[in-house]
Design a binder for this molecule. Structure first.
Ligand code: HEC
Length: 120
């Protein structure tokens, strides 16, 4: 009972600590801004509030590589170095929230990369 209550408390605390929506950051370009929204709706839980890693590795360098290699990682689960990624990394073939139901567009992926490049 007590453990359950503690867990609920912990989860509600976490939910309160995470921003429900990414607050706009006016210093970012429109592309990076759009990428940031995708990151916060899809990737933040595992890759961290500052892309520093957490449950999953730091992926800041994914912003620097080619669109093709980023696409392979996000859609096919091939790491930036070509190795197969664990299934804990989702394959986003059905799109990003909130636009599920179609494959992510190159523009969305480029926007995500633009955002990753801005993170220091
Ligand atoms: C459920 C947790 C989870 C979510 C959500 C998630 N990832 Fe991952 N991601 C992982 C894990 C775990 C790995 C490392 C897997 C491995 O090394 O085998 C990973 C690896 C990656 C890699 C490869 C890194 C490298 O060095 O090769 C990229 C790129 C990546 N994720 C991008 C994203 C993007 C972009 C999103 C959001 C659209 C996202 N991930 C959402 C868990 C997640």
């Amino acid at each position: 009972m007590l453990r359950r209550a503690l867990l609920v408390l912990l989860w509600s605390g976490l939910a309160a600590a995470l921003p429900a929506k990414s607050p706009a950051q006016p210093s970012l370009s429109p592309a990076a801004q759009a990428g940031r929204a995708i990151y916060f709706a899809n990737c933040v839980g595992c890759h961290g509030l500052n892309v520093q890693g957490g449950l999953a590795p730091n992926i800041r360098r994914a912003g620097q590589g080619s669109l093709a290699s980023f696409k392979r990682a996000v859609l096919q689960g091939k790491g930036l170095d070509g190795r197969p990624l664990a299934l804990t990394m989702p394959r986003y073939t059905r799109g990003f929230r909130p636009h599920l139901g179609r494959q992510p567009t190159d523009t969305e992926l480029r926007n995500l990369q633009s955002f990753l490049k801005t993170v220091k």
